[in-house]
Design a protein around this ligand. Sequence first.
Ligand SMILES: C[S@@+](CC[C@H](N)C(=O)[O-])C[C@H]1O[C@@H](n2cnc3c(N)ncnc32)[C@H](O)[C@@H]1O
Length: 231
Amino acid sequence: MAYPGGKGRAYQRLINLMPPHDVFIETHLGGGAVMLHKRRASRNVGVDADDAVIARWRARADPTVELFHGDAADYLTRYPPVPTALVFSDPPYWPGSRRRARCYSCDYTEDQHHRLLDVLKGLSCPVMVTGYASEEYDVALDGWHATEYPNCTQTGLVTEKAWTNFEPPVVLHDYDHLGMDFREREALRRRRKSHVKKLQRATAMERNAIFADLADAFPDELKLAARRFDR
Ligand SMILES: C[S@@+](CC[C@H](N)C(=O)[O-])C[C@H]1O[C@@H](n2cnc3c(N)ncnc32)[C@H](O)[C@@H]1O
């Protein structure tokens, strides 16, 4: 499901900015490149106003994604996310910044953008919102962190921004997409695998000794890493 403005070429960069979370809410699901590629949370919710989008997701019959057909801001107001949730919003582009006049059957007016941003600013959980670099968003999301990333869309290579109400984390929900490009991601994957293989070849006693050393050297990191297996 390729979507205008979809994140099929940029999902790695976004996943690499996502802190650990129990509930993942993607409010403008479209093709859901991020939803499809990231490690699933305990609960995963996809929201979209376009019935054709929801129908395509229903046809996937994926029991791990709960679907909501309706307006994103309404959904977030009706069901305020818990503090351990992460909300990811990829609304249609700001009207003035779009290169094509109309992309979706459900488009956004400036008022809808402002309403969405007001709702997102009122949430008490981590929030990430993406779009073309836009002054209106910079002003509305003053104080939020902004990360630029390239995205390849139907109109060519563009620079987009991810605004987050948190600083880029060093502890992630999903480490499988680490790296800036394919080559770096592969190199990291190989290095991680080789560390694990070395530990697998060691005796149980030697392995446990190394774990104990790691716990002494990195107590906080290890506690955070262990939390993902606490469920
Ligand atoms: C930029 S696209 C999302 C693309 C998606 N991130 C992907 O990777 O394919 C924007 C989506 O917002 C949906 N949308 C438009 N108005 C909406 C609204 N009021 N509430 C929720 N979704 C809406 C559109 O139907 C479209 O699927």
